[in-house]
Design a binder for this molecule. Structure first.
Ligand code: PGA
Ligand code: ZN
Length: 435
């Protein structure tokens, strides 16, 4: 009897007994941080920090060694300070773990420990807790509530900082609005992706792929890129806008600020009003359902003006503008400066802070998109966050390269595992009156 009692206690003991940090490598061949956590019951969790290329100025710090590349210090922080602080803490108490990381760091932007160290540890603890309960991560996060598979936003052409600034727009993506399931959304997107490749080949413009796996944007203008995407949607057999809509990440902070915007293609210089008009003109001319960072991260009045003009009919996402910060989401809700938030856990550095930003956005009726970074790995955490939190949308990059496909494929497995209970967020995930 005693022995059985002891074993049961042991099985349910979710206190952290071991934390290990190590250097691994991402999809750009750059070093990054992996954290592994072991609990007293034997359960383990593991997670890898991603890295951005077009980072918002207010993001938490991705701690690099003096050479700008290495993660020796960030890994040492996991194995030293962080391990010492979190040892014996209960992995099921995510908020306590994350608060401990935040106070150990003591800065406003994780400059001491590095958000690459904290996010890997925070997610590893989450995985360990789910594993201790014998649950897939999305189910552990859902806490018994029903979930929906997210509407995927999938890149067809890369651009901006992800393609040597060949064109100004960073991501030209599609959303399969007519899909009835996640599986169908991927099948529709695959058709568009290949149709786009055929168009590029026929035009003698096929040059390989950009950072996130989208076709390399061999275009003479931003408009040519958008028009080619519209043609690819039609060539794949879908009605542009109705069945498959366009989603653009302008990432305007990469080529401008509230003081002015300098587009590389066409050499145009625009003030904030001009940039606003340019993107509004694209919305009027093309079947676009979602736009991310149409103006720069410091261009508050520009974002407010843009949202006032288009927020009823188009999703307007803050990425660099919000940097997964609950405080910035709160301000933007008051300002009506966006109507959707991009959620990248490494922009703030913990699961709890990501969740806070999501909760505020959801309560305001905003769209919520859990997102990967351009520097990714085989880590699948974000797929489970998007589904388990019922965020509604997921952005992972394109439809090639295994650091991307691993995530789309994981969502397929989740969808299958839900069987008759499966629900797909679809177009209802967009914060629009009608789409
Ligand atoms: P990043 O870009 O991961 O290179 O910062 C992704 C995005 O802007 O959405
Ligand atoms: Zn972005």
């Amino acid at each position: 009897m005693t022995a059985i009692f002891w074993m049961n206690t042991k099985m349910s003991d979710t206190s952290i007994v071991k934390i290990k940090g190590r250097r691994v490598w991402d999809s750009r061949g750059r070093a990054t941080v992996e954290a592994e956590i072991e609990l007293a019951c034997g359960a383990r969790g593991r997670a890898i920090a991603p890295a951005g290329a077009s980072r918002g100025a207010r993001e938490a710090i991705d701690l690099r060694d003096a050479d700008g590349m290495g993660v020796t210090d960030a890994v040492a922080n996991v194995n030293g300070l962080i391990a010492k602080t979190l040892l014996d803490m209960d992995a099921c108490k995510q908020e306590e773990i994350d608060r401990a990381l935040i106070s150990l760091d003591g800065t406003l932007n994780k400059a001491r420990l590095g958000a690459n160290a904290t996010v890997a540890v925070s997610l590893a603890a989450l995985h360990a807790a789910a594993s201790a309960q014998g649950l897939p991560l999305f189910r552990y996060l859902a806490q018994g509530k029903s979930v929906r598979l997210p509407l995927p936003e999938i890149q067809i052409f890369g651009g901006g900082a992800h393609a040597g600034r060949r064109i100004d727009i960073q991501d030209l993506m599609v959303m399969a609005l007519a899909a009835k399931s996640f599986d169908e959304a991927l099948e529709m997107t695959a058709r568009v992706y290949h149709a786009a490749g055929e168009l590029m080949r026929d035009a003698g413009k096929l040059r390989g792929v950009a950072d996130e796996g989208g076709w390399w944007p061999e275009f003479d203008s931003n408009e040519e890129a958008i028009e080619t995407l519209v043609r690819a949607i039609a060539r794949a057999g879908f009605v542009p806008g109705d069945e498959v809509a366009i989603s653009l990440d302008i990432a305007a902070s990469e080529f401008g600020s509230s003081k002015g915007y300098r587009l590389g293609l066409g050499g145009k210089s625009l003030d904030s009003d001009g940039m606003c008009e340019l993107v509004l003109d694209w919305l009027a001319r093309y079947p676009i359902a979602s736009v991310e960072d149409p103006l720069a991260e410091d261009d508050r009045t520009g974002m407010m003006r843009f949202t006032a003009a288009a927020g009823q009919r188009v999703q307007i996402i803050g990425d660099d503008y919000l940097t997964t910060s609950a405080a910035r989401v709160r301000d933007a809700i008051a300002d009506r400066a966006c109507n959707a938030v991009l959620l990248k856990p490494n922009q703030c550095g913990t699961v709890t802070e990501t969740r806070e930003a999501l909760d505020l956005a959801k309560a305001a009726g905003w769209g919520c998109i859990v997102s990967a970074r351009s520097g990714e790995t085989e880590d699948l955490s974000i797929v489970h966050l998007a589904t388990g939190w019922d965020a509604g949308q997921l952005k992972v990059g394109s439809f090639t390269r295994s650091e991307r496909m691993a995530k789309w494929n994981e969502a397929l497995r989740i969808e299958e595992s839900l069987g008759a209970d499966t629900r797909f967020a679809g177009r209802a995930a967009l914060p629009l009156k009608q789409t």
